[in-house]
Write a protein that binds this ligand. Structure first.
Ligand code: TYD
Ligand code: MG
Length: 446
């Protein structure tokens, strides 16, 4: 006879306890334990053995990817959707997840059979959205039944190419004691969908809620189990939405796609650098840099403001860059150029509300700080690409040729780089630097 036992699982590290605990003994997180049910069945005395294969026996069917024709989506997914994959799209409420998926489904349904299970909104609300977006595919089928059992059996019966579940947190598993959206149910739901994807060959795309810390809601195991996790993020300006791959078994991570939310849904922004460059100021305190986001080079402006501080402890206000990186560069400039940044308030940000990482923007940050300090603009149409070491040396950056090719497209005239930087033939003038003290040659000092 089947016997049901209750145990408690930590949503952070999956530690299992027989009783509820306030603090997880494994990962030390608080309030992470959720109830889960386990049904024990008496194991049969003879268990069938697995069939083992050698590498030569395993045939690789070259399954074509499912392309939507929405280039920004297809690229972020690694060149279209891999059939039989289980993917999660997550992001803040109202950011446009349902809108994006409906548009993608409409495009996919021109050639594929797609079922859209809207577990949060009624089919009437979905119809209103579809009208607004101009969706008209005849092959797209909708349901607002949130019962996961019904969803999987519908999919098994009709074998569509892909199903969409918007959202996984509002599905419920019939017969389960735990609440919809609870950790136990989420884990169970993902497990069932994983089997549907892998055993029946049906692609499953789900939307997932995000916590206030900005991470996907639910147990960490959820992210481990699925094939891909994609975040739709918002930027401050021009209603821009960035689709970012943070996990992708079938493509590169950190790949990004740009969209703009308009009256009729999300429009692709394929020429994002033209948008970014439209917005730059070319004034004192601004420097241009270029960084790789996934496979895409971005041209961004770093803006700095340095001003004599009236406070005993001068302020350091930084957004879009790691603030320790800015403090470090300010200290290097102070040490080697003898400029008194420690008595100045320093403000630093990246144009367009972007968040950038990595040391390749060190030189750009240093030049923005110096440009503001000396109140002199940097040369026009000039990009700075270099890392700065603690000893003040300027070091080469990776993938420079891709960055340079993109810069050339936007009529960038000059590159400021490290002395050892190797660059393929370019139409841009190149000015090299060995040490930060040489940066002073860019400014007129009285
Ligand atoms: P939605 O896709 O419902 O967000 P999510 O599923 O991530 O919660 O998007 C809702 C927001 O998008 C809402 O604020 C209205 C806006 N929107 C537009 O600006 N234009 C449109 O064409 C649509 C459909 C929505
Ligand atoms: Mg939604």
């Amino acid at each position: 006879m089947a016997k049901t036992t209750i145990s408690y699982a930590c949503s952070s590290c999956n530690y299992i306890s027989v009783k509820w605990l306030g603090c997880c003994p494994d990962c030390s997180e608080w309030n992470t334990f959720d109830e889960q049910e386990k049904t024990k069945t008496k194991s049969p005395s003879i268990i069938a053995a697995s069939t083992l294969h050698s590498l030569n026996d395993i045939s690789l069917e070259n399954q074509p990817r499912i392309m939507s024709g929405i280039d920004e989506w297809d690229r972020v997914l690694g060149g279209g959707i891999m059939p039989s994959s289980l993917l999660v799209l997550t992001g803040d409420p109202g950011i446009g997840k349902s809108t994006l998926l409906l548009q993608v489904c409409n495009a996919l349904a021109q050639k594929n059979n797609i079922f859209y299970f809207s577990t949060e909104e009624s089919i009437h609300q979905v119809k209103q959205r579809a009208l607004r977006l101009g969706c008209n595919s005849e092959l797209l089928r909708f349901s607002d039944n949130p019962d996961l059992g019904a969803i999987t059996s519908t999919a098994e019966q009709h074998q569509p190419s892909a199903i969409i579940i918007d959202s996984i947190q509002s599905c419920f598993i019939p017969g389960s004691q735990s609440l919809p959206g609870s950790v136990g149910q989420l884990r169970e739901a993902i497990f069932q969908l994983m089997r549907l994807a892998k055993e029946k060959g049906i692609t499953v795309i789900i939307t997932g809620h995000i916590t206030k810390e900005g991470i996907i809601a639910g147990p960490k195991t959820l992210e481990h189990m699925v094939d891909g996790v994609f975040y739709l993020q918002g930027e401050d300006q021009w209603n821009t939405r960035i689709l970012r791959a943070v996990k992708n078994r079938f493509g590169a991570i950190n790949e990004i796609g740009f969209f703009e939310m308009g009256e009729h849904g999300l429009q692709e922004v394929s020429n994002i650098n033209a948008h970014l460059l439209d917005d730059i100021s070319h004034e004192s305190g601004a420097s241009l840099i270029s960084i790789m986001e996934g496979s895409r080079p971005l041209l961004l402006e770093i803006q700095a403001l340095t001003i004599q501080s009236k406070l005993a402890m001068p302020q350091r206000v930084v957004s879009g860059i790691d603030h320790k990186q800015v403090i470090l560069i300010a200290a290097i400039l102070e040490k080697y150029l003898h400029i008194k940044l420690s008595t100045h308030d320093v403000f630093c940000k990246v144009s367009g509300g972007f968040k950038i990482k990595g040391s390749s923007c060190d030189l750009g940050i240093a030049l923005a700080l110096l440009s503001s300090y000396f109140q002199q603009p940097l040369p026009e149409k000039t990009i700075a690409l270099g890392e700065i070491s603690l000893t003040g040396n300027i070091k080469p950056v990776n993938q420079i040729n891709l960055l340079v090719r993109e810069a050339e497209k936007f009529q960038i005239k000059q590159l400021l780089v490290a002395k050892q930087q190797k660059i393929e033939k370019t139409t841009c003038a190149i000015k090299t630097f060995h040490h930060v003290y040489e940066l002073l040659t860019l400014f007129e000092l009285s």
